[in-house]
Design a protein around this ligand. Sequence first.
Ligand code: HEC
Length: 102
Amino acid sequence: MKKMNLVLGVSALAILVGCDSGSDYTPAADASGENIFSTACTECHKPISADVAIIISEGVANKEAIINKVQSGSMRMTAFPNIQGDAADRLAEYVLANSATQ
Ligand code: HEC
């Protein structure tokens, strides 16, 4: 019984912490970057205007850094380990093309 409580306690904590457990969202094989962004990212990254989806720091304004950020997440950003390959490429291209840098 004690063990049961411990297991329940741990999963309740995972729900509270939420973000770093990662998302199991998997984009459709033919999903566009815009489609992935509006499905997976706008919960937190509200588009700023029709032209600017996200304001991005100079140092991470490249495809590799964006893909890495999406797959790894952070303390506050959900990780999306299932956004891979061509879909990750299209997403990163969309983010780059629709970002303002700061
Ligand atoms: C749970 C909320 C949340 C979701 C969902 C989310 N993000 Fe983030 N993201 C954040 C926060 C908060 C930051 C800033 C803090 C940090 O870098 O960890 C951030 C930072 C970033 C950065 C780095 C920006 C910079 O200038 O440092 C990129 C790129 C990014 N997100 C892209 C995405 C993409 C693409 C998606 C969708 C696949 C996404 N995010 C989904 C919360 C989120």
